[in-house]
Unconditional design. Structure first.
Length: 204
């Protein structure tokens, strides 16, 4: 019966969905302290110091990947993302307040490090844009599921002799189960039960 594969397909659709936070979901003001802040399936933690969910740091003309507002704070702190459900995807754009390249390794780096709760860790680098102001990069992971991601930042002196004191994170993307999918699965199973009952009824 052709209806059966269709019902299964409808039940499976929406089992997960990609969410992207651009950090303008609540407007540019007032600033939101991210420590303990929860939205769209993720809880933020930051220490020491304070990072803001919707901070404007002057990306216009200084960055290609990020657009104000962004999540921003001091590079001396560590940002932790705790997801309500395990994710198999993590992507974000990152800015460091530097006019120099910050390597993904070596004495001038890494620009940032990502540690996932599944045991995997990654180092990344950033490069300055043509208009300078910020050194920028992008992180992308897809693979084994994880529930916590910890991001630390380069907090030292770049090759130009300037202290790298601030970071920005934008376009945070992750995949988690969609709550509505559980209803969709239940609906699909209910439909299968009704089909079976009708079949049994027709055989009598």
């Amino acid at each position: 019966m052709r209806l059966l594969p269709l019902v299964l397909l409808l039940a499976a659709q929406g089992a997960s969905w990609a969410t992207t936070l651009t950090f303008n979901e609540f407007g540019p003001a007032p600033l939101i302290n991210v420590n303990g802040f929860h939205t769209q399936g993720v809880t933020f933690s930051f220490a020491p110091g304070q990072a803001s969910y919707n901070q404007s740091i002057g990306t216009a003309g200084n960055a290609l990947l990020s657009v104000d507002p962004v999540l921003s704070g001091p590079t001396s702190g560590v940002l932790t993302l705790t997801f309500d459900y395990s994710s198999t995807l993590l992507q974000f754009d990152i800015l460091l307040l530097s006019i120099s390249t910050i390597d993904d390794h070596g004495p001038n780096g890494p620009a940032y490090s990502v540690l996932l709760s599944n045991g995997l860790s990654f180092d990344g680098g950033t490069t300055p844009q043509l208009s300078n102001g910020y050194s920028e990069g992008a992180f992308a992971y897809s693979g084994a599921p994880f529930s916590v991601a910890t991001i630390s930042f380069f907090s030292g002196t770049d090759v130009s002799g300037l202290d790298v004191t601030d970071f920005g994170v934008d376009n945070l993307t992750y995949v988690t189960p969609e709550p509505a999918s559980f209803f969709g699965l239940g609906g699909g199973l209910l439909a299968l039960g009704m089909i079976k009952r009708r079949r049994l009824g027709g055989d009598r």
